[in-house]
Design a protein around this ligand. Structure first.
Ligand code: GUN
Ligand code: ZN
Length: 430
């Protein structure tokens, strides 16, 4: 078995900086010993160097746990940066027609490779992704992730109404195809399946019931959907489900809430919805670049935290405008400024790594650099561009360096990305 020793400035979080003073570990001249895709040891370089072990020296760059993106749409790689609309028009004008193309397996395969290459280029090592309604699109994505040994979570969207025929399934085919994909891919290598009803508007009550049944049959699976993103979306949802107490109740009534359920957006929640999310452990996912781009609203990070709701932070490409978690944290910082709330750089990097791992319930495997964990890592260079180099001359603290990366950084600041111990970014570039 070949072991590798990575040398660099190591930063990892073991607690939330918003809750605990003792929250991170920083090693100025550190090393990570990797064996067979796992972290064997982490500590000062002087204590870990061994004759005969291959070394990769990343100094003076920072090595962090790989970024985790808990909400992203794979078939929107050619939707990102589509002009001029808010959510429902954007879906109808750009997104649904584009997703119709993913019935073509050749197209889905080409885009799956391109999509995962973008994640790696931006330092993202795990994503929770929506595929299109076609089983073939999820097949293509899982197959591409398997060849890269990525810890990917994904599911084909279930959507049987209020979309063009080519973008839809049926209540029964959505259930049957999801079931077949679960059998084929869930638990294979590092892959996991997420039950993926797109959102209330595009699923009939019958389909939502079947999604709930599927979740009941597979309680270890994630569920991903959207909640309370846009005011017109909320009004239409309540028209379609006149018996529901509120938007969340549409999902609650069919048994879709719980700590494995990820709700994208959560911008305009009623007090009852917030209380039920906290009671059930249902996760809220903040998607700042998308919320600004689609003019959807401002996430209340502090309010949800105070109510006991666990949140993640995600790109939501292609409503979101960047694959970069750094750029996502940049826009997230500005959204919270408009809310009169603050995001400290340590809290920001915690959120994109261990915080998102906790939102996904996968913190025992990913999101932290520690012995026994998966060797998914990102190497960050705070001097990656001329503007960053200039600003870096004035940096005195780790927090300042992180904030520079957060505000000015993007894929250019990602010097390398390790998936299960293998360097992947330079391999793609080269
Ligand atoms: N709501 C339902 N589908 C989508 C989608 O693809 N993107 C976003 N941002 N919101 C949605
Ligand atoms: Zn989304």
């Amino acid at each position: 078995m070949t072991r590798t020793l990575l040398r660099g400035r190591i930063l990892t979080f073991h607690a939330d900086p918003a809750e605990s003073e003792d929250n991170h570990r920083y090693i100025e001249d550190g090393a990570i010993l990797i064996d067979d895709g796992l972290i064997l040891a982490v500590g000062p370089y002087a204590g870990l160097r061994v004759e005969g072990v291959a070394e990769i020296d990343h100094r003076p760059n920072l090595i962090l746990p790989g970024f985790i993106d808990p909400h992203i749409h794979f078939p929107q790689v050619q939707v990102i940066a589509s002009w001029g609309t808010q959510l429902l028009d954007w879906l109808n004008r750009y997104t649904f027609p584009e997703e119709s193309r993913y019935s073509d397996i050749g197209h889905a395969e080409r885009m799956a490779g391109a999509f995962l290459d973008q994640l790696v280029a931006h330092g993202t090592t795990t994503a929770c992704a929506f595929a299109s309604a076609h089983a073939a699109s999820a097949e293509a994505l899982f197959a591409a992730a398997a060849t890269r040994d990525m810890a990917l979570i994904a599911g084909k969207v279930m959507m049987d109404r209020n979309a063009p025929e080519g973008a839809r399934d049926t209540a029964q085919s959505g259930y049957d195809e999801s079931k077949a994909l679960i059998a084929r891919w869930h638990g294979k290598g590092r892959l996991r399946y997420a039950i993926t009803p797109r959102f209330a508007i595009t699923s009939s009550p019958e389909q939502l019931k079947l999604a709930g049944a599927l979740a009941g049959e597979h309680p270890d699976l994630h569920v991903q959907t959207h909640l309370s993103e846009n005011l017109a979306e909320i009004a239409y949802t309540l028209e379609l489900f006149p018996g529901a107490r509120d938007y969340l109740d549409v999902y609650e009534g069919v048994g879709l809430l719980g700590p494995r359920t990820l709700m994208g957006h959560c911008l305009h929640l009623e007090p009852r919805e917030i209380a039920r999310m906290a009671e059930t452990g249902t996760r809220a996912i903040f998607c700042p670049t998308s919320n600004l781009f689609l003019g959807s609203g401002l996430f209340d990070a502090q309010g949800l935290r105070a109510a006991g709701v666990v949140s993640g932070v995600a790109t939501d490409v292609g409503g979101g405008t960047s694959y970069s978690l750094l750029q996502t944290l940049n826009e997230g910082y500005k959204v919270l400024q408009l809310r009169g709330q603050n995001m400290h750089p340590l809290a920001a990097f915690y959120w994109a790594t261990r915080g998102n791992a906790i939102a996904l319930g996968l913190e025992e495997r990913i999101g932290t650099i520690a012995p026994g964990r998966d060797a998914d890592l990102v190497v960050l260079d705070c001097r990656a561009t001329p503007a960053m180099r200039l600003r870096a001359e004035r940096i005195e603290t780790l927090a300042e360096e992180l904030f520079l990366l957060q505000i000015l950084g993007d894929d250019r600041a990602v010097a390398e990305t390790y998936i299960a111990g293998r360097p992947m970014k330079r391999a793609i570039a080269g």
